[in-house]
Design a protein. Structure first.
Length: 736
């Protein structure tokens, strides 16, 4: 590695910055601070490890420039400045944290440690556009000054890369400044730095737009200032004459804000209404705030014509975040629109640094725990005489949350204590079901591992892995628990089906006929209430299949071995099967009673046949373990009975109650004038029947359509169908 060489210009600037910093914080430096810093810097330079960055910038000079911004714009003092200057070289030489702590104290060591950790975070290639990443950044930095230094460093970097030839790196740095550092600066009340970051980002990313707006602002500055004077002069006179105590602020939007407005409203520069705004801030007692605001509003709207579409009343009903103000856009002299904001000192204080927190008012979302903490930081930042408050701050946010990365850099948030299994189930159910462990920062861990902030997680799976009951005690998130329960139910159903097939195959191999009623008798004899439990026990090996077959064969012979022979010997000619639907639930004598007060059973009405109270129905056990209720004449009933007879249960209705059921009627008839009105009129007149939708098609003089209605039971439905069939022109009414 070659030794870093200062150019004459760099040396001159570095000396000037050093003198300026010493003048700013000199009284706060401890004995030998300067001497020790120089020793660290010399040691790093001699090692040859200090190199220019991708833009060719000198890191030591960059550190001095960043420290100057941190002192002048943010208000950092001794610990922050030393940390900035040391980090400029310790990042390259990996200085011993214990040595830094011994030489400069805990605070400096902690700040440098935080800066190193965040640089390691960046190496994971995170997707940093998200609010989650901003929050992770805040929770990852042990000391708030780490974030403040990062903002100062980014502002300085944006200033220095104006003429760089490395366009790709310049673009990346500018994009990060726009969607990460500017919002952070806004959150912390560093509005000047926030605007600079946004404007410089626009300058580098959308060069033509930036200079177009800048030139137009410069061209109109003198006339704009004169116009503001003409606009507010008469207002000041009127307000003073009315006896108000107040002061007024005028502001021009930043170039970035103007550009955002132009894009949002799809207009030219000249079409931006509120290029500048006037803020009238009243010094009013709290019990007269609203009254005085409305009085000022009345005076201004008497003087200038208001635009009612641009009126915003957050005085009568404040925003949910506490923001209170009156906004009105009025037509000033020369027919130019001017935005006027009317509020009191208290309201302005809340809007700028308190409950409303200007960054939330602008739409940058935050979390409640963050708000209170950042407002305290904001207050400390704005009170430069009380900067020791910052020294006492440590990060205690998000103690109940952890943020982790996927291998692609996507960021996910979990409750504290969440495990690798929680992460796996967040990705996909199949990944969770087959999870055996994970690679955390390239180290293999078990799926019980509790996630930590900043972990990069890569799930390891195996096709042989299956969910187990004890997994429910390992995961923390309700999402993972529900997915595990679903997987366990699915396995139970599949295992039961597999065991039944195996049982039937073994019987066939031993030339024993499988008889559903005889098996049901055996299941009860063995002490099982449900067939599913019997087959699951067989599947997991608790019941030996051969023992069961022996008992089954013994029971057949003992309980009247001639039963089957008698059934086989019956003449087909004399055989009469009166109600085949009674066979639907032979596997169990239990009957599911459908009642609106039924609890503990996961059941729903099938969409294929829409059963309603009074229909003959049966239940079908789904893969997920829930039960679907079908009509016995459902189009799918035959196939379900044929393929999955062991999953069918008897069902009947109980308790009419006030439940309503949805069903669809198919109506076909002549396309006469008024026929649709006649049909809908009949439905609307029926008590306790509600029409949900109607869809009619007409073709060659005929109409056909579907009407969806809510009814209580089959008797009411049959009455409705009968009335509809009597409508003149209706040829057919069918229930689908």
């Amino acid at each position: 590695m070659s030794k870093l060489i200062f150019t004459p210009e760099e040396r001159k600037e570095a000396m000037a910055l050093g003198r300026s910093l010493k003048a700013g914080i000199g009284t706060l430096l401890k004995d030998r601070d300067e001497e020790r810093m120089f020793e660290f810097l010399k040691k790093a330079l001699r090692s040859g490890a200090v190199e220019r960055d991708v833009f060719g910038l000198n890191p030591i000079l960059t550190g001095l420039q960043t420290a100057k911004i941190a002192v002048d714009e943010i208000g950092l003092r001794r610990d922050g400045v030393i940390a900035i200057l040391l980090y400029a070289v310790t990042g390259a030489t990996a200085a011993d944290p214990e040595e830094i702590k011994a030489e400069f104290g805990d605070n400096v060591a902690r700040i440098i440690h935080g800066l190193v950790k965040i640089q390691e975070l960046y190496k994971k290639n995170p997707v940093i556009e998200s609010e989650n990443f901003r929050n992770l950044l805040l929770s990852f930095a042990e000391d708030m000054r780490v974030i403040l230094i990062m903002i100062a460093d980014r502002v300085n970097l944006m200033r220095q890369i104006r003429d760089t030839e490395n366009v790709e790196a310049k673009t990346e740095v500018s994009e990060e400044a726009s969607y990460l550092y500017a919002p952070l600066a806004h959150k912390l009340g560093l509005y000047k730095l926030k605007s600079e970051l946004e404007d410089l980002s626009l300058k580098y990313l959308e060069h033509d737009a930036y200079y177009m707006i800048k030139e137009k602002l410069n061209a109109t500055k003198q006339s704009r200032d004169a116009y503001i004077g003409r606009f507010i002069g008469p207002i000041e006179e009127k307000l003073k004459a009315a006896g108000f105590k107040f002061h007024m602020k005028g502001r021009t939007k930043s170039i970035h804000s103007i550009w955002q407005k132009m894009k949002k409203q799809k207009c030219e520069f000249e079409g931006v209404y509120d290029l500048f705004a006037i803020r009238i801030i009243l010094d009013a007692p709290i019990d007269k705030e609203k009254m005085q605001c409305w009085q000022v509003f009345a005076i201004i709207t008497d003087m200038y014509q208001p635009n009612p579409k641009r009126m915003r009343d957050w005085l009568s009903v404040p925003k949910s975040n506490g923001y209170e103000s009156l906004h009105i856009t009025v037509l000033g002299p020369e027919n130019k629109w001017v935005e006027v904001q009317i509020r009191t000192e208290r309201m302005d204080e809340i809007a700028e640094r308190g409950l409303a927190a200007h960054w939330r008012y602008k739409g940058v979302k935050g979390e409640s725990g963050l708000d209170e903490w950042l407002n305290s930081i904001r207050t400390a930042l704005e009170n430069k005489d009380d900067m020791q408050v910052i020294d006492q701050f440590k990060m205690d946010l998000y103690e109940d949350e952890v943020f982790v990365f996927t291998p692609k850099g996507d960021l996910m948030k979990f409750p504290k204590g969440a495990t690798v299994l929680d992460f796996a189930y967040r990705i996909h159910s199949n990944i969770g079901n087959r999870c055996t462990g994970a690679k955390i920062n390239d180290k293999v861990v078990t799926f019980r591992y509790a996630l930590k902030n900043g972990d990069q997680v890569e799930i390891i799976t195996a096709n042989s892995q299956k969910p187990k009951q004890e997994w429910l005690n390992i995961v923390k998130t309700s999402r993972a628990k529900s997915k595990i329960r679903m997987a366990l139910k699915d396995m139970m159903v599949k295992d039961g089906a597999y065991a039944k097939e195996m049982f039937e195959r073994r019987l066939k191999n031993r030339k024993i006929e499988f008889d559903e009623s005889a098996v049901s008798h055996l299941i009860k004899k063995l002490g099982f209430k449900e067939a599913n439990d019997f087959y699951r026990r067989m599947a997991d090996g608790t019941l030996d299949v051969n023992d069961v077959i022996d008992k089954y064969e013994e029971m057949l012979h003992h309980d009247g071995g001639n039963t089957m022979q008698q059934q086989q010997a019956r003449s087909a000619g004399n055989f009469s099967f009166e109600n085949p639907n009674e066979e639907l639930a032979r596997s169990t004598d239990d009957v599911l009673v459908i009642d609106r007060n039924l609890k503990g059973v996961d059941y729903s009405l099938a969409n294929c046949c829409h059963p309603i109270y009074g229909d003959d129905v049966f239940g079908f056990v789904t893969v997920s373990g829930g039960i679907k209720i079908h009509r016995k004449d459902c189009p799918n009933a035959t196939e379900l009975r044929k393929r999955f007879g062991y999953r069918i249960v008897k069902a009947k209705w109980s308790g009419k109650g006030n439940s309503q059921y949805s069903t669809t009627l198919r109506i076909i008839g002549n396309d006469d004038i008024g026929i649709v009105n006649n049909v809908t009129s009949i439905i609307s007149k029926e008590e306790k029947i509600m029409m949900r939708s109607i869809n009619i098609d007409s073709n060659d003089g005929l109409f056909s359509g579907n009407v969806v209605v809510n009814v209580e039971d089959t008797s009411r439905l049959e009455q409705l169908i009968k009335k509809l069939r009597n409508v003149r022109g209706v040829k057919q009414v069918l229930r689908l």
